[in-house]
Design a binder for this molecule. Sequence first.
Ligand code: NAG
Ligand code: NAG
Ligand code: NAG
Ligand code: NAG
Length: 482
Amino acid sequence: MGMRLALLLCVLCLVVSHTHAHGSRRDLGRSSAEQAVSTSPTTCPAGLGSGNKLPLVHRLSPCSPLGSGARKPSLHETLHRDGLRLRYLSKVQQAAAAAPAPSPSATPASGLSVPATQNVISSLPGVYDYTVIAGYGTPAQPLPLYFDFSGMSNLRCKPCFSGGGAPCDLAFDPSRSSSFRSLTCGSPDCTELCSSTAPCAFTFQNSTFVFANGTVVTDTLTLSTSATFEAFAVGCLQLDNMFIGHDGVAIGNIDLSRSRHSLATRVLGSSPPGTAAFSYCLPADTDTHGFLTIAPTLSDYSNAAGVKYVPLVTNPSGPNFYYVDLVAIAINGNDLAFPPAEFRANGTMIDAQSAFTYLNPPIYAALRDEFRKAMAQYPPAPAFSDLDTCYNFTGVDKIYLPDITLRFGNGETMDLDDRQFMYFFREHLQDAFPFGCLAFGAAAEENFLGNLLGSQVQRTKEIVFDVLGSKVAFVPSRCGLR
Ligand SMILES: *[C@@H]1O[C@H](CO)[C@@H](O)[C@H](O)[C@H]1NC(C)=O
Ligand SMILES: *[C@@H]1O[C@H](CO)[C@@H](O)[C@H](O)[C@H]1NC(C)=O
Ligand SMILES: *[C@@H]1O[C@H](CO)[C@@H](O)[C@H](O)[C@H]1NC(C)=O
Ligand SMILES: *[C@@H]1O[C@H](CO)[C@@H](O)[C@H](O)[C@H]1NC(C)=O
């Protein structure tokens, strides 16, 4: 059958630039950069897709449910969200480290049973950047949802007890669905401690505050009119304080992690051999389109130009997350002086929700020092929170940036372009094009000292998650290049 969903993204992107190779350097035309964020008319997907298309939009896009009313986050807010994300990841890792290592045949620690989520889901406000319109229930109620690797899919459900960010009128209404089922405590999918006839209820809380509560339910998930998943389990949130301070675009998330209940796991269970779990493209420009594909056929990539395969590795400190085997970083062709073991020590996670890339602190310091040497001709600008390598480009016509290359354990390399490693501040300051920062920071969260590849560094490549084959493919030719 080969269910294949090519999902259109319309994206409002923060960095717009053309690059032209000049030997080992690039220049960034000021005039192209000054085109800034295009406001050209965009065709927005309306409601559920037909055929096998599922619309996916950036939350700042004119196509987002908040439309043009969506407030742009300041850089500080973006950084704050990344900080919260790191804290979340570190807590999940701590919890996993404290728990006995799951054996492969045992019930995996799904999002439904990750104890650390009690405190930490609340730490996620606004970290997600892309929403997808998916249907839940029969008939399908179209809902704006994030996609992430958090280990559990959640929806805000009616009746709503109190407001986080999402308005209750967007929430899922179980009473209007004929296929809605509540799980009971006795169900194997319910990991909560409760009596066997009661609904499978959960509460996320710390000692002083309840972030959310709800029940685990199942219903039909509809990605498009031709792709549905019956009895898809989600946390149906009654009390939802998780997204306080969030823009309130989405009413939940679809989990694509390795968790037993994730959509990725479900897709793999029902797909023919030779199928990847999913792929996505996060384009770097406003006027290029990206996509999310569920269950893409692997042979489709064998002839794609520039495709590179990198092993996906598992990491006991985050068994539901996706890690790659990063072993070196080169700047202008010279590897930073760290052995592969140093890069591998705490792993390199791929995360679609943090904006920037975070490195183990000594590795980041070495990259920063080399970058500063290569950028010595430009006046520095003040640091902004986690981004401490910033420049004042006022009056500069062309910016010459060093090359940055990621090297992986199987010998593959990824050359980053400036749209992947530079963050320009057009959006946040009055000036047209005054500042830019290296979009990398130190993973300074005390329990997250590994590396994390954020969404910006993944832009311009289609990223194919071949979970069964334990590899991830980076496909530059199919992702939003102009
Ligand atoms: C519980 O979480 C709330 C909200 O984030 C926070 O204000 C409070 O300090 C936390 N309590 C403890 C004991 O950590
Ligand atoms: C969630 O909290 C509200 C308000 O305290 C309560 O009325 C409701 O029963 C709780 N729901 C669950 C599933 O625990
Ligand atoms: C950036 O440089 C311009 C031109 O030299 C200067 O006028 C401006 O004050 C600088 N801005 C900051 C924040 O340093
Ligand atoms: C790995 O993380 C632990 C804490 O989680 C830290 O103590 C250790 O220094 C880290 N290793 C490296 C090489 O950064």
